[in-house]
Design a protein around this ligand. Structure first.
Ligand SMILES: [Zn+2]
Length: 265
């Protein structure tokens, strides 16, 4: 079979492929956009900032935007070093991280037998959900000096009250793993799984699914770096390196607000 470059027109395509990157406004084709959705940051002596620092350091040294969901109930326990770290890491202060609202206390609601019957944003009612969101945003603003514009529910569990609760924070315009029916925010849906279970990353498992396809144009990849061991961190870097070499571009959730339409299947 003739090599494609030798078919009529093939040489022209090869020639154009060399020219295109040099033409302003014409970018080399990319398979799409990656959003790194990292969960469960908690500050203070009982928190996990030291466990999250390596992935933030990686983000800074490689210039890769990432997002980190903050559980807000222990922000008032944050040390001054942790507050400074939050601020210098934040994208709006020159860092590479978008911090987002991941609930006040990340609670599960259980019955007398210990069976889960609800979550912070599921089955708890509009008043409670609104209070969780407002308290969290106020703590971020007053303690860290940052205003979050993205939300992701603990356990990705929400109900019909959650959009109404979010309406009380109009500055929140992106909902990670939100329901497809919410039209008042940009919902960024789940796609491939970065972790085989919470806190465990396997590049072999990830690439088995990635290579099998189909791949959406927007990959929102969820991970829990507070629980990663060294092996999971290494596996994560392996995945990120390969995605970059395949041409994927990493973006903050807030940068997908307007990209969304073009990237949805
Ligand atoms: Zn969580």
């Amino acid at each position: 079979m003739t090599h494609p470059a030798l078919r009529p027109g093939g040489l022209l395509l090869v020639f154009l492929a060399f020219l295109l990157p040099g033409i302003p406004g014409v970018e080399a084709p990319s398979p799409g956009v990656v959003v790194w959705k990292f969960d469960d940051l908690r500050t203070g002596p009982r928190g996990n900032v030291s466990a999250i620092k390596p992935v933030v350091a990686w983000s800074r040294s490689t210039g890769t935007p990432i997002s980190l969901g903050v559980i807000a109930d222990r922000l008032h326990e944050a040390t001054s070093d942790e507050i400074q770290w939050l601020q210098v890491s934040a994208a709006e202060r020159g860092g590479t991280v978008e911090f987002w609202l991941h609930g006040w206390d990340h609670r599960k609601v259980t019955d007398a037998q210990g069976t889960t019957i609800g979550f912070e944003f599921k089955g708890t009612g509009l008043t409670s959900q609104t209070a969780s969101l407002r308290q969290s945003q106020e703590a971020m603003q007053q303690i860290a000096g940052l205003t979050c514009t993205t939300f992701g529910a603990p356990y990705n569990a929400s109900d019909a009250d959650t959009p109404q609760a979010l309406d009380t924070l109009p500055e929140v315009t992106v909902w990670l793993f939100g329901p497809p029916g919410d039209t008042r925010r940009q919902v960024l849906p789940a796609s491939l799984r970065l972790e085989t279970k919470t806190g465990v990353v396997s590049s072999a498992a990830f690439f088995a699914a990635y290579d099998r396809g189909p791949r959406p144009r927007l990959l929102v990849l969820q991970g829990h770096p507070p629980y990663w061991n060294q092996a999971s961190f290494t596996e994560f870097v392996r995945i990120a390196d390969r995605l970059r070499s395949d041409g994927w571009v990493s973006r903050l959730p807030r940068a997908c607000r307007d990209l969304g339409e073009r990237l949805m299947p």
